[in-house]
Design a binder for this molecule. Structure first.
Ligand code: GRG
Length: 310
């Protein structure tokens, strides 16, 4: 679809992403220095600095910006969400979970190091994340992020990442494995809202909290994040089908044949595309009350998630 006139205004999204990702990378580098025991620290740094898209930390910075804060206020939160994301990938790749040898285009942590080190690197990262988020020394010295906001952000991240969030999503996903189209639409939505959307939600909401958003704004941004979280997964499912059918040169892709439950499998490709359109529209509606200039990064992040090709 053609972008609406307001969206077509010059906003250098690629430049924005590159600038913000570079700032996040250097903050991550600083947050986890290479100290003794080196092999363990190396493993954490290997996975953290492996060059993901940095969608979560950039969302966090963008939500802080739209709420009136500056990047320095949200950087501890941005670092924390990427640490949690990375630990979830390290553990997900372990043989006892998904057993993946590759991640972000190179050997997964347990392949590059070994299983015990990968397990422990994953174990340590959430503690580093919460330590960094809660430490007053992580924030600008001018007091622009008061302690009550920090405590609220800690509690929000704990809720979204833990037993009622990301971990619950992983459990539900494991339980659904092999059930294929016997999984209901509600179950599929539960999995994605927890396994994928919860951490995107935390990223946006804690960025908004440290940036000084009102409760009403926080709830609007939460809804925005839930929409793009689900959108992320619907797009992923659609790409799975279209990519694999392109690659295989036939109409039914590997996804339709595999045991994984996907939106195209439950809804069909056309309805899945409509659902993605709807989620994109709903996410943008949540931004309507914000300053359009400051909301531009969040709006373009939603487009980016909708349009991404891999
Ligand atoms: C949080 C304590 C705790 C445990 C984690 C293993 C586990 C429990 C959860 C796994 C969750 C998981 C693998 C979710 C998938 C999320 C997802 C959409 C990953 C891909 O994200 P991208 O595309 O990746 O943003 P990059 O590499 O760009 O960062």
């Amino acid at each position: 679809a053609e972008p609406a006139p307001a969206e077509a205004e010059a906003f250098d999204f690629k430049g924005y992403m590159l600038r913000k990702a570079a700032a996040v990378n250097s903050a991550l580098d600083e947050a986890v220095p290479l100290v003794h025991p080196e092999r363990f620290y190396e493993a954490m740094r290997y996975s953290l600095l492996a060059g993901g898209k940095r969608v979560r930390p950039v969302l966090c910075l963008a939500a802080c910006e739209v709420s009136g804060g500056r990047d320095a206020c949200a950087m501890p939160a941005a670092v924390a969400v990427e640490m949690i994301h990375t630990m979830s990938l390290i553990h997900d790749d372990l043989p006892i979970m998904d057993d993946d040898d590759f991640r972000r285009g190179r050997p997964s942590c347990h392949r590059a190091f070994d299983e015990p080190i990968a397990l422990l690197a994953g174990d340590a990262l959430p503690f580093l994340a919460f330590g960094h988020l809660a430490d007053p020394a992580s924030y600008p010295a001018d007091g622009s992020v008061p302690p009550d906001r920090i405590v609220r952000a800690v509690s929000e991240l704990a809720r979204c990442a833990g037993a009622g969030g990301l971990v619950a999503g992983q459990v539900a996903d494991m339980e659904a494995t092999g059930l294929g189209s016997h999984v209901s639409l509600d179950q599929l939505e539960f999995i994605h809202l927890h396994k994928t959307a919860a951490l995107l939600e935390a990223s946006v909401v804690i960025g908004a909290i440290v940036g000084g958003a009102s409760d009403h704004q926080i709830e609007q941004l939460r809804n925005y994040a839930r929409c793009i979280g689900l959108l992320f997964q619907v797009v992923d499912d659609i790409l799975d089908v279209t990519k694999s059918s392109e690659e295989l040169g036939k109409t039914a892709g590997k996804d339709l044949a595999s045991d994984k439950t996907t939106y195209p499998k439950l809804l069909g490709l056309e309805k899945s595309r409509e659902f993605a359109e709807e989620l994109l529209k709903d996410s943008k509606e949540q931004l309507a009350g914000f300053d359009p200039i400051k909301a531009a990064p969040l709006l373009h992040l939603a487009n980016y998630i909708a349009d991404r090709q891999k």
